[in-house]
Design a protein around this ligand. Structure first.
Ligand code: ADP
Ligand code: MG
Ligand code: MG
Ligand code: MG
Ligand code: MG
Length: 435
């Protein structure tokens, strides 16, 4: 039965709903709607001028309506007057096909049509920095190998524990929090879920981390590589596929290599085959490529891949199979759009199943030391333009993601690349002045 938001408001003391949708650049857009007005909005959605967001719409398009999905509602644990609710974009009663949450739901339905249910967990790393964004917020956090630093994580206990308490309260089953591999960097993990739920939680997590950090006079950033020389913000995704009841893991087969079933291998085959193109989505910014093609960081390793390879339990490859019945995609970064991340994994994976794609041989080597010996695997794109061109070439992936999305995304991202190229940098000036 559909939850009645108006009733939810009176039962929980909610005064405002934040009707929220995510555009193609991952921006979270919202209207704050008083509980008195939510009944109509639940039915018809909140109105937006679509051109004012990144959805490739024009000022002449009719109103965009964000229709709340009541099953996603979350009362803000840090501001109980307000409840966040994820919304799906509709225009003239038709779904807006390129809108990320709409697209993800379409791909989930496609998987369900094949009797499959994708479950994923994400690891969105972040930095706690100064409010002006110029430096990490803890001046004592200077260790060369700061990962798991006990003293440094305790200096941020008030922020980390507050966020973890909220996840406990929301029933997300968080299970660990740590200081990560860069000075000022943290990771918090909660239990995996169905792809749509994980995408909603991932969106909400970013909103929550930023909000709590601000409350404590800090700023949180998920930027892929905010500081040169320090490990960047990854957003690894762990993926398994189940039967529609969610009871049997279709990826698990003890008799197969790494405990990954034949179907799991073809799904992985799809990820491997489309990797260079899907990077345009999993690594969506100019800055993203400073993480995946980075020289060794101060800590000794970037922990990010640069080549399309897979392996068992070894963190130097693009895909790791940490245990039976699932694999980890280590490519995505903190800038990834939570909905497009899940959508592109499903699109590439289903394409792999459809074409019986073979993931190719796995490699057991230390990629950071011996990666140069691999000659049979493509290098990941070197920059955003490279990735966009790979996506443009990959018609199979474009079709799997839908033509509305693919053309809108390529157009907007190429525009972003062009804006970047029109910047004059001091490096350019310094190195070219005396030619
Ligand atoms: P690591 O840092 O070793 O990669 P983490 O513990 O930080 O691992 O994150 C692992 C993520 O994988 C969590 O979100 C976890 O719930 C998720 N996960 C565990 N098992 C599965 C599974 N079978 N399918 C999908 N995700 C899973
Ligand atoms: Mg107005
Ligand atoms: Mg982790
Ligand atoms: Mg990590
Ligand atoms: Mg990981």
């Amino acid at each position: 039965m559909t939850l009645d938001l108006s009733q939810y408001a009176s039962e929980n003391g909610v005064k405002y709903f934040m009707i929220s949708f995510t555009d193609l650049f991952g921006g979270q857009r919202a209207k704050l709607v008083p509980a008195e007005a939510i009944a109509d909005m639940q039915e018809n959605g909140a109105g937006f001028a679509g051109f004012a967001t990144w959805l490739d719409l024009t000022p002449a398009h009719p109103d965009l309506f964000a229709v709340p999905d009541p099953s996603s509602v979350i009362q803000l644990p840090w501001k109980k007057d307000v409840a966040w609710v994820a919304a799906d974009c509709v225009m003239e009663d038709k779904p807006v096909e390129q809108a990320p949450r709409v697209l993800l739901k379409k791909l989930i339905a496609e998987a369900a049509g094949k009797g499959l249910r994708v479950k994923t967990g994400v690891e969105p790393e972040f930095f706690l920095i100064s409010q002006d964004g110029s430096k990490i917020s803890d001046e004592f956090d200077t260790a060369e190998k700061p990962c798991y630093d006990q003293q440094a994580v305790m200096r941020r206990y008030d922020v980390i524990a507050e966020i973890c308490d909220y996840m406990l309260e929301l029933g997300w089953k968080p299970y660990q929090n740590d200081h990560e591999d860069a000075n000022g960097q943290f990771e918090m993990n909660w239990e995996y879920d169905d792809a749509l739920q994980t995408a909603d939680k991932h969106s909400f997590f970013k909103f929550m981390v930023k909000s709590v950090a601000e409350k404590h006079g800090l700023r949180a950033t998920f930027m892929p590589k905010p500081f040169k020389g320090l490990t960047g913000n990854g957003c690894h995704a762990h993926i398994s596929v189940w039967d529609t009841d969610g009871k049997v893991n279709a990826f698990a087969d003890k008799g197969m290599d790494f405990g990954l079933s034949a179907q799991g291998r073809t799904f992985l085959g799809g990820i491997m085959k489309h990797a260079s193109a899907l990077a345009a989505v999993t690594n969506p910014t100019v800055n993203s490529y400073k993480r995946i093609n980075a020289p060794r960081t101060i800590s000794g390793a970037t922990w990010a891949p640069n080549t399309v390879t897979w392996t068992g339990n070894n963190r130097t490859h693009m895909v790791r199979v940490p245990g039976p019945g699932r694999f980890e995609l280590r490519l995505p970064d903190g800038a990834v759009n939570p909905y497009l991340l899940q959508a592109i994994i499903i699109a590439a994976g289903l394409s792999g199943i459809r074409t019986s794609a073979d993931p190719g041989p796995h490699h057991n080597i230390d990629m950071y030391r011996d990666g140069h010996t691999i000659t049979d695997a493509p290098k990941l794109p070197l920059n955003l333009l490279d990735a966009l061109r790979e996506y443009e070439k990959d018609t199979e992936l474009q079709q799997a993601m839908g033509t509305e999305f693919s053309s809108a995304y390529l157009k907007l991202k190429q525009g972003e690349w062009n804006t970047y190229c029109s910047q004059f940098t001091s490096w350019e000036h310094d190195t070219t002045l005396d030619v």
